[in-house]
Design a protein around this ligand. Structure first.
Ligand code: ADP
Length: 421
């Protein structure tokens, strides 16, 4: 009996150690080669191991997916330990802050982000807002701004988020400049107007001086009206959908409206006919039925802005040529003058709002500084472009190029307008 128990015990020990050895070496999907109680034990252990392995794989996969999602974030993400040392960072943070995700692990964030604004932010310990710092690619002529915010969590750890705010900051600067410019443009005529009103109220003036003052007041209030009109036009252009290609407008009609307006302006600016500029509106007879697809009010506004600039800037007796030409690729509306011309360094800024070369000449002739900004908006909304050619003391040519899809014409046998004009 004792011998049998001993043999059974030895057998069990042997089976147990075989099973243990098998479990140590075997792959998880191998077939179990044990039977009886050792087979059941092995099977149970194997199932538990498989379960744990599946759970490990699932959590590894979730972690991988989570990291991939954080990598794809447009925000830079940096995980900091309780000593503010970098634990992990994503690719966007590398780009924003110049971090190397492997080499810079354990570096103090303060050593990597050497910005006085950021140091101040860290010391303030008030992290309910972001701090704006200059990005590492920042240059005076090419700003690069980052918004950085810290989020404390756990036992002293922190999450650092960074985002590129260059465009937002630029838009904010433009908005501030625009408001400052508009306020300045409005304040000047208003100051003049209120000065005249005060004088009229307090002094007894003879009729001729009174009349003179009223004319000057009218001039200032017209200036205010033009400014408000141009501001409204700009805001309509920015806030409305692009003109479609269903409404066709006859170029000859546009020319007619512009010509009437131009004659009126020229007469107002030069009451004496011998000082008036020579205005030539040239359309080839074959183009009289040409049409442009777009918005009539916008097109008249763009065309007449270019014409009125020419009338306002060229001296008495100068010449202005307004032309419409087309090929099979594009149609061009152009206004050419023999005026003072523009130095090339101004070209790129001329269509900025309120950019003027000669401020007083612009104001004296009723300019708002918004004309070319309107022209550029209109032509871009019609799929075209504005071209400026000019030579100092020789004259300027402003051309609006329309793409082929935006105009149509009756095919004639011989059409070569450029030559015949
Ligand atoms: P403004 O109302 O001042 O004319 P614009 O936006 O129409 O504003 O034009 C911007 C600036 O471009 C003008 O102030 C002027 O200095 C210059 N400019 C525009 N057209 C001409 C031109 N035909 N000849 C010379 N300078 C021009």
């Amino acid at each position: 009996m004792l011998a049998a128990v001993s043999i059974l015990h030895i057998y069990n020990l042997w089976q147990g150690s075989r099973l243990l050895e098998w479990l140590r070496r075997t792959e998880l999907d191998a077939n179990l080669r044990f039977s009886g109680v050792w087979g059941d034990t092995g099977d149970r252990i194997l199932r538990l191991i498989k379960l744990k392995d599946n759970q490990r794989q699932a959590s590894e996969e979730s972690l991988r997916q989570l990291l991939a999602a954080v990598q794809a974030s447009p925000h830079g993400v940096v995980i900091l330990d309780s000593d503010s040392r970098i634990q992990w960072s994503n690719q966007t943070a590398s780009r924003h802050l110049g971090l190397d995700p492997r080499i810079d692990v354990q570096q103090l964030i303060g050593n990597m982000l050497r910005s006085p604004a950021f140091s101040q932010y860290v010391h303030s310990k008030s992290f309910d807002h972001e701090v704006i710092i200059e990005g590492r690619l920042h240059r005076i002529d090419r700003p690069h701004k980052l918004g950085i915010q810290l989020f404390p969590y756990g036992d002293g750890r922190m999450l650092l988020l960074s985002r590129d705010v260059t465009l937002i900051e630029q838009a904010e600067t433009m908005r501030r400049d625009f408001v400052a410019n508009v306020s300045h443009e409005i304040r000047t005529p208003l100051t003049v107007l209120s000065g005249f009103i005060e004088t009229l109220q307090t002094l007894f003036l003879n009729d001729s001086i009174r009349e003179k003052y009223l004319i000057l007041m009218e001039h200032q209030s017209n200036r205010l009206k033009s400014l408000v009109d141009d501001l409204l036009t700009l805001s309509r252009l920015e806030g409305s959908p692009f003109p479609g290609q269903r409404d066709w407008i006859a170029v000859a009609d546009l020319f007619k409206s512009c010509e009437e307006e131009a004659q009126g302006l020229s007469e107002r600016l030069h009451p004496s006919s011998k000082n008036r500029q020579k205005l030539a509106f040239q359309m080839h007879p074959d183009s009289l039925e040409d049409e442009i697809a777009g918005n009539k009010t916008e097109l008249i506004s763009a065309f007449s802005n270019l014409i009125s600039n020419a009338i306002r800037y060229i001296p008495a007796g100068g010449q202005i040529r307004v032309k419409w030409t087309r090929t099979s690729d594009e149609a061009v509306f152009s206004v050419e003058d023999t005026g003072p011309g523009i130095a090339p360094e101004h070209f790129s800024r001329l269509s900025e709002r309120f950019y003027r070369i000669d401020r007083s000449r612009s104001r004296d002739t009723g300019g708002t500084g918004l004309g070319l900004a309107i022209v550029k908006h209109v032509i871009q909304r019609h799929g075209g472009s504005l071209e400026i050619e000019s030579k100092l003391n020789q004259g300027s040519k402003f051309s609006l190029h329309f793409p082929a899809a935006r105009y149509r014409f009756q095919k004639k046998e011989t059409v070569n307008q450029t030559e015949s004009i």
